[in-house]
Design a protein around this ligand. Sequence first.
Ligand code: ZN
Length: 134
Amino acid sequence: MDLTKPYPIATPETAPFWEGLRNEQVLLQRCDDCGTWIFYPRSNCPNCLSTRLNWHQVSGEGTLYTFTVTRQATAPHFVDEVPQLIAMIDLNEGVRLTSTLVAQETDDLKVGAKVTPVFDHVSADVTLLRYRLA
Ligand SMILES: [Zn+2]
């Protein structure tokens, strides 16, 4: 079995997001027509269907919406990461994303806690957006 981790592959819509992470910047799309912040990256605004979307650097900071501690690997590739702290983060701009938390202790993790980005350079080409308590 190939246990090479499945890292993200950039598409034309997502490439600026991944390039931003490599430069330790969080970039989000925002609709020029209605102002809606957008995540995940896409070609059309989910609110008004406009194609006039542009990238903007944001802090990446947000709030812990929910999390879980996985004590069994969610896939064979992640057996070396157990326990894995999978989280949903509400960014300050109002979009929600799924990530993992960098934490030694789970006792301090509380829904609603402020979180800040961690840029995890997993290879020369791929940087993952993870989170830790602010
Ligand atoms: Zn729009």
